[in-house]
Design a protein around this ligand. Structure first.
Ligand code: SF4
Length: 156
């Protein structure tokens, strides 16, 4: 829903802080997820994620969430699915050239990132191309696995 998506950008700071805490909790509970089995968890967690993030961000379940780097504005709502900034067609009023009824997701991203500490630096990071094989899968579970794998590789 567009109104909810706009609300999320206006409250990017609080939502980002909440997500940081939520992510830490998910990582802390990793032994539990491993015991249950990630593949067994995939469907229910993805369904929950779709419901929550669909409501707040119009999430398209790309499986590689970058909301924390885009001021809580989901780049997959760009009709061109651009993940590294806007195309050259942003209208003078900041709206999308393809869907003029909505603001460009990247205009929203800058507004949201400005509200988050370190948000503008995160916005400047280059994002890898989206991997379509991950569409529909849980970003939350993927982040947990990545964080745990990175911690295991770090020298003691
Ligand atoms: S970046 Fe991907 S996972 Fe995150 S809200 Fe957008 S579609 Fe959903």
């Amino acid at each position: 829903m567009y109104a909810a998506r706009s609300w999320s950008v206006r409250h990017a700071r609080g939502l980002n802080a909440f997500y940081r805490g939520f992510e830490s909790l998910l990582v802390a509970l990793e032994p539990l997820w491993r015991a249950i089995g990630y593949e067994r968890l995939e469907r229910p967690v993805a369904a929950l994620e779709r419901g929550v993030k669909g409501l707040l961000f119009d999430c398209r379940m790309c499986g590689q969430c970058i909301l924390s780097s885009t001021g809580m504005s989901c780049p997959m709502n760009c009709p061109k699915n651009l993940r590294n900034g806007p195309c050259g067609g942003v209208r003078a009023d900041g709206h999308c050239e393809v869907r003029p009824e909505m603001k460009c997701v990247w205009v929203e991203a800058v507004a949201g990132a400005a509200r988050i500490e370190g948000g503008m630096a995160a916005l400047a990071a280059v994002q890898v191309a989206v991997d379509r094989r991950l569409t529909g899968r849980s970003s939350w579970l993927r982040v947990v696995r990545e964080r745990v794998a990175a911690a295991a590789e770090r020298p003691a």
